[in-house]
Design a protein around this ligand. Structure first.
Ligand code: BES
Ligand code: MN
Ligand code: ZN
Length: 486
């Protein structure tokens, strides 16, 4: 599939044209008069103004898809993404190979932002979860040849960014979609190394012995019950040259979370193959930064292991010393994410990162608090959390700030060690964040995204196909771009 832009007056023959239609009915000026008339007629007949696609043939000419775009004043990048996805999906049985997307620049988005958003929407809508069907046509949508963006102006860079960012989200989806027998810590590390090499990003994978030498006993405690060797993935993007890191991204990489000795109920346990979403997100984001050549130095860290109840497994009550030096009493072996993350956060800081963002499917409690549409955001200082909110909003990820005060820090103290990894259900997502906070050193700005409510979508929609969602990939990329010195 190739993206290209064309001026409205130079539009070649295509199989289908996707046209946004706003509630005020004024059809884009960028359209040919004859087509405008057809679109007007469809609009009158069907009355589409919401996000809804209707397609119709126009004589011998192309199929015309009218997508309701809401109010012009409310049009933003997110609407543009959803609109493009809906338009594309409405065509997927039509065998259209060449597609034109009309970009309406009268609605408040400049051409660059509008094009980038439309390209992201198309790329998102092309992803399918059926990777293991034997029939090829069930594994993917019928491929398109060309997507033409009908717009005035030079939008090459916008197309490239939209494609790279959209593909990065799909990479994270693909990794999280893989079953745990095909995506072990070792395979994940190998895939990360491959993606890094393609993108010009450095990759080191630390094995158990190397982690032990660094004192990562909290991370390693989670791996004790599994036969699969743990892997600690480190990616380095040197975008501005020079020393040090402008930020560190840390992703939870539990390739299967059975709960360990504190075993989970069978219902929906299979979904815990995606408990490595944070790791997938960090890997995908770092690879995208490499491809985009973002001028910031970023380190990406992903501690990866299974959490299984084998004979060597951690027993409730066991105590381990983390890389930070703090001791942890493991009350519940199913609260394993925080155990791997604190060593990841410490490692990123030891490497010199003074801004750290972690992404993790950390607690069921965040879904109790926020449902499935917003990721929980924690951190300090407030100014940094605000930067993450702004980056997420601009990039199209939905996040919501949560409180984190000393009250919660007191509640996670252990009777016999520094920290307890489980302290009751109430406010569970906040207590988990408070635990991570214990690894954040003086002078480090830190944000934590709990994506356990947003990592998976049950309903199949154009913009969010059923399955893993790659939450926060776009936020991390956007944040790195904003951090990059101009
Ligand atoms: N990976 C789970 C959290 C999770 C739950 C992610 C549902 C996605 C969907 C995490 O490791 C976990 O088990 N958390 C426990 C913590 C508790 C034992 C303190 C939880 O949320 O119940
Ligand atoms: Mn768990
Ligand atoms: Zn988990």
């Amino acid at each position: 599939m190739r993206f290209r832009s064309v001026r409205p007056n130079d539009m070649p023959a295509v199989d289908a044209i996707v046209v946004p239609l706003f509630e005020d009915r004024a059809v884009a000026k960028t359209l040919d008069r004859a087509i405008r008339a057809v679109v007007d007629r469809i609009a009158k007949d069907v009355g589409v103004t919401r996000l809804y696609a209707v397609s119709s043939h126009f004589g011998e000419g192309p199929r015309i898809v009218v997508v309701g775009a809401g109010k012009r004043l409310e049009f933003d990048a997110e609407r543009a993404r959803r609109l493009a996805s809906a338009g594309l999906k409405s065509l997927w049985r039509s065998r259209a190979k060449r597609l034109a997307l009309v970009i309406d620049t009268d609605a408040g988005l400049d051409p660059g932002r509008a094009v980038r958003a439309a390209v992201e929407g198309v790329v998102f809508a092309m992803w399918r979860p059926e990777a293991h069907r034997t029939r090829e046509e069930e594994r993917r949508l019928p491929p398109l040849d060309t997507v033409l963006l009908v717009v005035e102006g030079d939008v090459k860079e916008a197309i490239k960014r939209g494609e790279t960012v959209g593909e990065a989200v799909n990479v994270a989806r693909r990794l999280a979609n893989e079953p745990a027998n095909k995506m072990t810590p070792s395979t994940l590390a190998a895939v990360a190394a491959g993606l890094a090499a393609e993108a010009g990003v450095d990759c080191d994978v630390l094995d158990a012995d190397e982690c032990r030498a660094l004192g990562m006993h909290s991370f390693l405690s989670v791996a004790r019950g599994s036969h699969e060797p743990p892997k600690f993935i480190v990616l380095r993007h040197a975008g501005r040259g020079g020393k040090g890191y402008d930020a560190g991204f840390v992703g939870k990489g539990i390739t299967f979370d059975s709960g360990g000795i504190s075993i989970k109920p069978a219902e929906a346990m299979h979904r815990m193959k995606a408990d490595m979403t944070g790791a997938a997100v960090v890997v995908a984001a770092l690879a995208a930064l490499g491809k985009l050549g973002t001028r910031a130095n970023i380190i990406g860290v992903a501690p990866c292991t299974e959490n299984l109840p084998g004979g060597g497994a951690t027993k409730p009550g066991d105590v381990f010393t983390s890389m930070s030096g703090k001791t942890v009493e493991v009350i519940n072996t199913d609260a394993e994410g925080r155990l791997v993350l604190i060593d990841g956060i410490t490692y990123a800081q030891r490497e010199g990162a003074r801004r750290v963002v972690d992404v993790a499917t950390l607690t069921g409690a965040i879904a109790v608090a926020l449902g499935h549409h917003f990721s929980g955001l924690f951190g300090r200082p407030v100014g940094f959390v605000d930067e993450v909110v702004a980056a997420a909003h601009a990039a199209g990820d939905r996040v919501w700030p949560m409180p984190l005060t000393d009250d919660y820090r007191e509640e996670i103290r252990s009777d016999i060690a520094d920290l307890s990894n489980s302290a009751g259900r109430d406010g569970g997502a906040i207590k988990a964040a408070a635990f991570l906070d214990a690894a954040v050193e003086e002078g480090t700005e830190w944000a934590h995204l709990d994506v356990a409510g947003t990592y998976w979508e049950e309903l199949d929609r154009p913009y969010t196909p059923k399955g893993p969602q790659g939450p926060a990939v776009r936020t991390l990329i956007e944040l790195a771009e904003r951090i990059a010195p101009a």
